[in-house]
Design a protein around this ligand. Structure first.
Ligand code: AMP
Ligand code: MG
Length: 389
């Protein structure tokens, strides 16, 4: 058995970063920026007024100036302002040549074509310098998930088409004679497939393109059909059949069908029977069937792999530090991911940590991470956890 950290190292070595495609800016939200992009213009492109007021060559209390024109947003005034003159100006308008400051309209009295600056004009020129926000060549760096603020910045830079990493196609295969799909009527000895549905949602959240394949039955022909249907996927995720029982098709048969296994079994709880390797052009991860194990392994292993494929940094799932509200017993020899609630008083682990209890995973806000053989912990101790919300 290998550690979670070793398993992640193997997984990152197996994961191949995907190619780049260009999408219109409006479709770039949630995608990963695959190349640095550079501004092709300065912002603002000219010295721009930050306020409504008057552009002037000097500011002094009581100064009287003649208004010679107007500069509004989208309608600049293209003459030079001289001593003794002012130009009526509005927010976002180009500051005319010769002007050194904008006096806000509140600091001015106007009388026909003349203005008089008041007794206490503000000590601020109210000019946004050309290129003060960004300049030609300034870049937005690759390797980030593009959010709404990035979209606004890219738009301002006039980047209408954005280079993003192709979405990984993730084939999800449930295995088991006991499984039917949600909405179907299960037989007396059957249950509903849940893991592939939860993983489908997780993949969508990560920006992958999940494909839910038909359930593979516990026989070679059915598993072979499922792998055939998975052709073209970048990542194949099987669920169940990963142990060493007679009916564990993935562990028993996948190697004969083309799976080149890199490791098997990770010292973690839940989720021990985990395998990974290459399958032709695809990477494959075999998750355990127990519903909580499958979802926890989804967060701990599949999500970081998908991020690496998307050209995000190859890193373990991000952890936070929190305080225990209740004591915890000593941990066993495997890294333990304990379902827990985050309360105002700190983290509280659920009493039952059985890997079949989805109801408890559904209530959990966090997975407290216990390292192997971690001793008993008291209320008030700091622990690391993976946030689930
Ligand atoms: P296995 O690893 O195939 O022995 O499965 C372990 C347990 O997880 C069994 O109780 C299975 O019925 C259950 N299981 C396997 N796959 C799924 C699935 N896709 N959805 C829900 N439960 C599953
Ligand atoms: Mg099974």
């Amino acid at each position: 058995m290998i550690s979670v950290t070793e398993a992640l190292e193997h997984l990152f070595a197996l994961a191949r970063p995907l190619g780049v495609e260009t999408v219109p800016l409006l479709q770039a939200h949630g995608r990963v920026l695959a190349k640095d992009v550079a501004a092709t213009r300065n912002q603002p492109p000219f010295n721009s007024s930050a306020m409504d007021g008057y552009a002037v060559t000097e500011v002094a209390p009581g100064l009287r100036l003649r208004v010679i024109g107007e500069s509004a947003a989208g309608h600049g005034f293209y003459q030079t302002v001289k001593t003794g003159e002012a130009v009526r100006i509005f927010t976002g308008a180009p500051v005319p040549d010769g002007a050194k400051a904008v006096v806000i309209q509140e600091d001015v009295t106007r009388d026909g074509d003349w203005i008089t600056i008041g007794d206490n004009p503000e000590d601020n020129d109210h000019i946004r310098r050309a290129g003060g926000d960004f300049r030609i060549g300034d870049t937005v760096s690759a390797g980030r998930v593009i959010g709404p603020n990035d979209i606004a910045l890219l738009a301002s830079m006039n980047i209408a088409d954005v280079p993003v990493t192709r979405r990984p196609i993730v084939a999800l295969i449930s295995t088991g004679d006991e499984l039917v799909m949600p909405g179907e009527t299960p037989g007396p000895d059957q249950i509903i497939a849940s893991n592939t549905l939860g993983l489908h949602a997780l993949m969508r959240d990560l920006g992958a393109e999940p494909r839910l394949l038909p359930i593979a039955r516990d026989n070679e022909a059915s598993l072979r059909t499922a792998f055939d249907l998975a052709k073209g996927a970048d990542l194949i995720v099987t669920i169940g059949g990963a142990s060493v029982g007679d009916h564990d098709v993935v562990a028993n048969l996948a190697p004969q069908l083309g799976f080149d296994q890199s490791f098997y079994k990770v010292a973690m709880r839940p989720g021990k029977p985990l395998m990974a390797g290459r399958f032709g052009e695809a990477m494959m991860i075999g998750l355990p069937g127990n519903p909580v194990s499958a979802m926890v392994c989804g967060h701990v292993f599949v999500a970081p792999v998908v991020r690496a494929m998307l050209r995000l940094p190859a890193q373990a799932a991000p952890r936070r530090s929190g305080v225990l509200a209740e004591a915890l017993p000593a941990n066993g020899p495997r890294e333990h991911y304990m379902r827990a609630r985050v309360t105002d008083g700190g983290l509280i682990a659920f009493g039952s940590q059985d890997s079949s209890l989805l109801s408890i995973l559904g209530q959990a806000d966090a997975l407290i991470v216990r390292s192997p053989k971690d001793g008993p912990r008291s209320a008030g101790d700091h622990v690391e956890y993976l946030p689930l919300r």
